[in-house]
Every structure is written in structure tokens, then in C-alpha cells.
Design a protein around this ligand. Structure first.
Ligand code: SAM
Length: 297
């Protein structure tokens, strides 16, 4: 096997925003030939798949402790709004469960496990025809390998076909969503990411998807030189993104957040008994109360 055959994970991939309803995705930093193993990794978290509603996830989440939880929060922004705690409450567990449902791959061990991976949990779905890679999960160790099924160009998204069970994702390649659904999903998604970024305590370094000093555009080559990954296409295709293009504007999202909070307060107020004022209602206060109640039991 040649040295370049072993380049995988961060050596040839990066996680970036797709600019589509798929949210974040995994992109190739260099041209990858067909049949190349682009990802090989072990789970960063694992729990019993059939028991997502019972103690398994709770056990795993508390077992890794606050430090482990913070490590996962660095990898997955969707977890960042959750409090790190050795005694997570109802709300935390509910968010965690939906995260696992969305991001886990099944390991066919006995009992079946739901595994979260650093790279694979960012892979998006496409139909068999449009997918450019395939994966296998080792039923013993849970290690996952993703291999390209056709050549992938630098800047192209690595996509696999994983629509199974109850997940009902469309292939955005050959079945693009309608304008309304696309706009709504992208806005909602960006708003959530922006909130997650702001939720990180000020003064602490904001978590990134890459280690410090890592330049996602520079691809290490086997000879020890560095090659700059090819620029992404300018065709406006929704399947590729330009890393230089700033995609988020703080002002717009501040305004959107204001509108969103006013809407929440308005609907909340309608549900209150007459005379009670809703102006002090804070986001998630209901869930916090459930959390506290749960912990008190
Ligand atoms: C394994 S995660 C992939 C990472 C995810 N895109 C993110 O930003 O965290 C799977 C989730 O990505 C989104 N997704 C993946 N493929 C999609 C597709 N073809 N169309 C719409 N959403 C997709 C769905 O929300 C799905 O639940």
C-alpha cells in the first residue's frame, strides 16, 4: 500500500457549512480517487441503540464526566447549549437523545449500539445514485470505515446513503427542496448555530471543529510538503461552498433572534391565566424547572 493511500480523516477532510438545508457537512480538501478510504475512526460516544429512552444514554453521558462532556461539546455545536453536569436533568437528556438519533450510526452488536463519531456524524445523506462514498461499521469494535465509490474532487462534499428506518431525508442532489422549506431550514439552522456560539461562556476560547493552528486549506502530502487544496467551484452549486465567503451576519441574526423571542413571549402570554404578566418569561425557563424538579426527585 502506498503512503498516500493512508491519508484519511483530517489529512484530507474538513467539516464546513454546506450552505444548504443539510447544515454542516464533510468536504474533501484534495482530489480523492475512487476506492480510497477517507475515514477510519472509532466512536467518541456509544450507547445501547434500542434503549435511547432508558438509562443507557444517561449512564454513558455521566460516565464520561464533565470533562468528557466538554470534549464532545467541542466537537458538536448542537451539544453546546447543554449544561455539563454529573447529574443531567430531563431537558438535557431529551436534547441528547434527539442529538443521538440524528447523528448516530448503528453497530450490529448484541445489544445494538448507537455510535457517535467525530467525522462520520457530520456526513450527510444522498440517494444511492448521488452518494459518492459508502461506509461499514465493524460489529465488534464499532470502528467505521468510509470509502469513496467514485472519484471525489477537492471541495466536493463527501456524501453517503444512510436513509434507513424512520429517517426520511430526501436527496438534495436530485430532489431539491422547495424555496420556502429551504429558506426556513437554513435560517433556523443558522440561528441555532449563532445561539450556540453565543452560549459559550465569554472569556473562554470558543470551541472549533479543528485543532488550533490547523489550516483546513492546507493538505499535508506524503513527501512532507504542503499542497493547497483546490478552490471550490464558482458555479453557485449548492453542493460546494467557498470557505472565503463570510456566510453569517451578526446584525441580521440579532434582529431575527429578537423577532423569535417576541413571538415566543406572545404565544406564551396567550397561554397564561388572565392577569399574569409574561414579560419576565425567559427562554427555556419551563425546561429548567422540569430539570430542577427531576433532579430533586
Ligand atoms: C449525521 S447528521 C449530519 C450532520 C448535520 N448536517 C449537521 O449539520 O450537524 C444528519 C442530519 O443532517 C441533516 N441532513 C443530512 N442529509 C440531509 C439531506 N439530504 N437533506 C436534508 N437534511 C439532511 C439532517 O438534519 C440529519 O438529521
Amino acid at each position: 500500500m502506498q503512503v498516500e493511500d493512508r491519508l484519511e480523516n483530517e489529512a484530507i477532510l474538513r467539516v464546513a457549512e454546506t450552505g444548504t438545508i443539510r447544515g454542516l457537512g464533510v468536504f474533501a480538501k484534495a482530489n480523492v480517487p475512487q476506492g480510497h478510504r477517507v475515514i477510519f475512526e472509532r466512536p467518541v460516544m456509544s450507547c445501547a441503540a434500542a434503549t435511547l429512552t432508558d438509562a443507557s444514554l444517561y449512564y454513558e453521558w455521566t460516565k464520561i464526566g464533565v470533562e468528557g462532556q466538554n470534549r464532545l461539546k467541542r466537537l458538536f455545536w448542537k451539544l453546546r447549549l447543554l449544561p455539563s453536569s454529573e447529574n443531567p436533568g430531563f431537558y438535557t437528556m431529551r436534547r441528547l437523545r434527539s442529538f443521538v438519533r440524528e447523528h448516530a450510526y448503528l453497530q450490529k452488536s448484541d445489544p445494538k449500539k448507537a455510535n457517535i463519531y467525530k467525522w462520520c456524524s457530520y456526513l450527510n445523506h444522498a440517494c444511492e445514485k448521488c452518494a459518492n462514498a459508502d461506509y461499514t461499521v465493524d460489529s465488534y469494535s464499532g470502528a467505521i470505515a468510509v470509502t469513496t465509490t467514485r472519484p471525489v474532487q477537492a471541495g466536493e462534499e463527501v456524501i453517503v446513503n444512510y436513509n434507513r428506518g424512520k429517517q426520511n431525508l430526501h436527496c438534495t442532489g436530485c430532489k431539491p427542496p422547495g424555496t420556502f422549506r429551504r429558506t426556513w431550514t437554513i435560517l433556523r439552522y443558522r440561528f441555532l448555530r449563532w445561539s450556540a456560539r453565543r452560549a459559550w461562556p465569554s472569556g473562554e476560547e470558543e470551541p472549533t471543529l479543528f485543532p488550533p493552528g490547523h489550516d483546513p486549506m492546507v493538505v499535508p502530502t506524503p513527501e512532507g510538503k504542503s499542497a493547497v487544496a483546490g478552490q471550490l467551484d464558482e458555479s453557485g452549486s449548492t453542493d460546494t461552498i467557498s470557505p472565503e465567503t463570510p456566510r453569517e451576519s451578526g446584525a441580521i441574526f440579532t434582529r431575527l433572534r429578537g423577532v423569535y423571542l417576541s413571538m415566543l413571549a406572545f404565544f406564551h402570554k396567550r397561554q397564561l391565566p388572565a392577569g399574569q404578566d409574561a414579560k419576565d418569561i425567559e427562554l427555556e425557563s419551563e425546561n429548567d424547572a422540569v430539570d430542577r424538579g427531576n433532579q430533586a426527585q
